[in-house]
Design a protein around this ligand. Structure first.
Ligand code: HEM
Length: 354
């Protein structure tokens, strides 16, 4: 395997608090966004170091179209727009998003402070299109009342499921993350008996045991999402779902977050959930979970963010490569000379007029 850059803290365990920010980059906002990406590790440290024990982390991810606007050079092999799914009964929309900030901590205070700083740095450069505050409910349960996250892979299995290995050497240690916001019609859900709910999920409610195969329906959430390769190897993802809600508006939901070494695994699960499997028309959980957003992002390594590739060279795009080699050194020499003589920003060949 190629030397792995330091992955962002995507494998950290679930925390009691989280804030999810999805933003789109405004026209002309690319350079301010690049500055923020380069500073994000330091900003997190400035806040996190002052509150030891709060476990403040931020995982920053970038969408496909944004990648082309922000960076020259190679692109993660499987980075594309979230396809969206239109099933016979239920649909998963694809919704806009260029940047995803997954902020986690023990309490809301530090998460909120970091979100504020990110928001301030994005003002005028990007628009926050979704902001969701996630919280820990009892015993890591979702608002359907079931323990959520139990069968996540652990240890080396988690790293193998979530982190790119040597299949895309430029991006080893990176990951692909799908986010979807789901809302639950809790009145309808709570009208089911506990036994009926258990058959929707595929696990027992109180003690969280998987139902035996002869009892677990083929359209239960667990059955639909247990997938294997042709050789029988189970394919896994690392989920970091959190409940969210507002009492006044009656919106109760699950913010679904899944990191994977290849988006194809998550997408296969989504196809099975929304378009069905050989044995199930669709995942029964969808009768009680409505997808309202959906976006795919790439999560680069810490090293990538700390040392960003160049911006795409849109200005020089029409210059012939032959002349480029002549011009560039002269420009650089001028800029360096200007910087030495007057301490200016030395942007290109701009000269002082006096
Ligand atoms: C398992 C809830 C969406 C993939 C589970 C479990 C619960 C749950 C309660 C059982 C315990 C566990 O192993 O975590 C939810 C809720 C969702 C949601 C409330 C949204 C409303 C999704 C989506 C995917 C997914 C969109 C995939 C695209 C999985 C997988 C498992 C799982 C892979 C583990 C299956 C196994 O190996 O046993 N989910 N889930 N979930 N879910 Fe979800």
């Amino acid at each position: 395997m190629d030397a792995m850059g330091e992955p962002q803290p995507i494998l950290d365990p679930l925390t009691p608090s989280a804030i999810f920010l999805v933003a789109t980059i405004d026209s002309g906002g690319e350079s301010a966004v690049r500055d923020l990406l380069a500073d994000i590790s330091g900003l997190r440290r400035s806040i996190g170091f002052r509150v030891p024990g709060e476990g403040l982390t931020c995982v920053t991810s970038i969408g496909s179209a944004a990648w082309d606007r922000l960076f020259a050079g190679p692109k993660p092999a499987e980075l594309h727009e979230f396809p969206g799914y239109n099933g016979p009964i239920h649909s998963a929309p694809a919704t806009p998003g260029d940047l995803f900030f997954h902020i986690r901590g023990e309490t809301q205070g530090p998460c909120f402070e970091l979100a504020m700083v990110i928001g301030a740095r994005l003002r005028g450069a990007a628009t926050i299109v979704d902001e969701t505050v996630g919280f820990r409910y009892f015993e890591q349960r979702d608002l359907l009342g079931f323990v959520d996250g139990t069968e996540n892979p652990e240890g080396p299995g988690a790293a193998a499921a979530a982190l790119i290995g040597d299949e895309d050497p430029e991006f080893t240690g990176g990951s692909y993350v799908v986010v979807q916001k789901y809302t639950h019609p809790l009145d309808q859900w709570n009208a089911l008996s506990i036994e009926e709910q258990e058959r929707v999920i595929g696990r027992t409610k109180l003690a969280d045991y998987e139902l035996p195969d002869d009892v677990k329906p083929a359209d239960s959430h667990v059955a639909v999402n247990t997938i294997t390769d042709a050789d029988g190897t189970e394919r896994q993802i690392v989920r970091a779902n959190m409940p969210f809600g507002t009492i006044g508006t009656g919106e109760f939901g699950t913010y679904y977050v899944a990191y994977a070494a290849t988006p194809s695994v998550t997408e296969r699960m989504l196809e099975r959930m929304f378009l069905g499997t050989e044995e199930a028309a669709y995942d029964r959980i969808l009768d009680f979970s409505f997808a309202v957003t959906g976006t795919l992002f790439f999560t680069p390594t810490v090293d990538f963010l700390d040392d960003l590739p160049d911006a795409p060279d849109t200005a020089g795009a029409e210059i012939e490569p032959a002349t480029l080699t002549e011009i560039v050194p002269v420009e650089r020499a001028n800029a360096a000379a200007a910087a030495r003589s007057d301490g200016s920003l030395a942007i290109g060949t701009m000269k002082r007029s006096n």
